[in-house]
Design a protein. Structure first.
Length: 495
């Protein structure tokens, strides 16, 4: 072999070696977060020593060796974590030193997702998630951080069947996306972020700065007579809730901006995001069910959100598995027919109505009296806290009264139907109305339940389980027991 051929072979080997490794940024990801507690002071000492490396090393050699070991370990882990592409599968070697070997056949993939944030775009990296119906509840079956070029090679490979095929595209209106973000913003997730920021700020500025800020806030509150009458802890809680909701709203809006869903061949190709850009490839045959979701206000305003339950989609933090983020009731049927033409209209075989109203609202109505009675009892022992207790009673009673209204509406919308290989389940879960449509070959089990009160009223609850990584089910309550048994027996479900 000539020298030129040897050099060419070495270059080919090196190219192949780096092609199947993750992006080098993962070397930093594999280092422990506590490494920076050593690295930052060491850098300060080096600058203070005017870059006198000999004295700097003699004084801090233990810390320097520790950081070197951490980086060496991270580099070795990066070398051993890689992936291989074969004709019918992808094999990922992950875990510590690549000892975990995950083989996923392309025919079994449920979803493939790509995610690129601001920093990822600057360094040309991209997170890739590959999921199947196997039980990996917390993480994707394969999760890699690759260069943008390699990530999009996988993406184009997964969508190759769409080449020269007709495409049907749904684009969300930006005005409706604002409404979608307003409705589906989670105060809890935003609060977690706000409280984390406040805690870190407290650690940085210290107790003295915190007291100065509180004094300033109290001074401003005192200038507003209405706010001055409200207890301080109520204002703080309200501020945290409002801040959390605002952050969640902005996060949702940026996440779903420029949302589009394309049906092509047997795939859904979903794109969204203005900050972090996301692409999802869903295999339509792997969609377990679609869910038309509404709140009471959405029902009144005649708008609907449609989500697709497919393994891997909506699995990441703060992610919503939207297929049609939000649309009007008049448009939802047309949009669904374009994206999922196989789903036929399914009529309701059993439904509830005016006669069932009492059963739906009795328990929520009883619950509304709990805070009122508790408040009266607490006032007996703490009469000086009348204002604070009254505010808390009002704040806890309002959502319970709203629940009574929701359940009253649910009495007229709950139903179940089986037809043409599909089932439609309309039910209410807490404050949300759901209309779930699933192919019967994705239904794994159906059970009928009765509590003592339901036996007296001759009603029951039907629980329908659908295929997924976790135990996922839909519960339709308040249905006539005899009609349910006949319906299930007619459709081949022995109960």
């Amino acid at each position: 072999m000539s020298r030129r051929e040897t050099i060419k072979e070495k270059r080919s080997w090196l190219k192949n070696f780096f092609t199947h490794r993750q992006h080098p940024i993962m070397i930093l990801s594999y280092t422990t977060k506590y490494m920076w507690l050593l690295a930052i002071p060491l850098a300060k000492y080096l600058i203070a020593a005017k870059f006198n490396f000999q004295s700097w090393f003699q004084a801090h050699w233990v810390d320097i060796l520790t950081i070197t070991f951490i980086f060496g370990y991270a580099f070795l882990r990066w070398i051993f974590v890689y992936y291989e592409l074969e004709e019918d599968c992808i094999i990922a070697h992950t875990g510590y030193f690549g000892i975990t070997r995950t083989k996923v056949y392309f025919a079994e993939i449920s979803s493939l997702s790509l995610s690129q944030g601001y920093i990822s775009r600057l360094i040309h990296s991209c997170a890739v998630y590959i999921d199947t119906d196997a039980k990996s509840l917390q993480n994707a079956d394969i999760m890699l951080t690759l260069t943008k070029k390699r990530a999009f090679e996988l993406y184009h490979f997964a969508t190759a069947k769409c080449k020269n095929k007709p495409k049907y595209v749904y684009n969300s209106k930006k005005s409706l996306l604002v409404i979608f973000s307003l409705i589906f913003s989670s105060t809890l997730s935003g609060m977690i972020i706000v409280l984390s920021v406040l805690y870190e700020a407290y650690r940085i500025v210290g107790r003295e700065a915190e007291e100065q800020i509180l004094r300033r806030v109290n001074t401003e509150i005192a200038k507003v007579p209405v706010l001055a009458e409200v207890p301080e802890y109520i204002l703080i809680a309200g501020g945290v809730l409002a801040g959390g909701w605002l952050i969640s709203f902005l996060s949702n809006l940026m996440r779903h901006w420029n949302f589009s869903c394309t049906r092509c061949a047997d795939l859904f190709i979903i794109r969204s995001g203005i900050g972090t850009r996301r692409r999802h490839v869903l295999y339509r045959d792997r969609v377990n069910y679609i869910d038309l979701r509404q709140s009471l206000l959405m029902k009144i305003c005649k708008i609907t959100s449609v989500s697709a339950h497919c393994t891997g989609y909506g699995k990441r933090r703060l992610e919503i598995s939207a297929l049609i983020p939000i649309t009007t009731n008049g448009q939802v049927d047309r949009s669904l027919k374009m994206l999922m033409p196989k789903i036929p209209p399914v009529k309701s075989d059993i439904s509830t109505g005016k006669a069932d109203l009492g059963r739906f609202i009795t328990i929520p109505l009883i619950c509304t009296f709990i805070p009122i009675v508790s408040g009266r009892g607490t006032l007996y022992f703490f009469p000086n806290w009348k204002r604070e207790i009254t505010i808390l009673v009002i704040l806890t009673t309002i959502p319970l009264l709203w629940l009574v209204m929701v359940k009253a509406a649910a009495a007229f919308t709950t139903s179940i139907g089986f037809e043409n290989g599909y089932c439609t389940l309309s039910y209410c879960k807490w404050y949300s109305f759901h209309k779930s449509i699933a192919a019967l070959d994705r239904v794994s089990m159906v059970t009928v339940m009765q509590n003592p009160f339901q036996k007296i009223s001759h009603t029951c609850a039907v629980r329908v389980y659908t295929n997924s990584e976790s135990t996922d089910y839909h519960t339709v309550k308040g249905l006539n027991y005899d009609k349910v048994i006949k319906l299930l027996n007619r459709n081949g479900y022995a109960v």
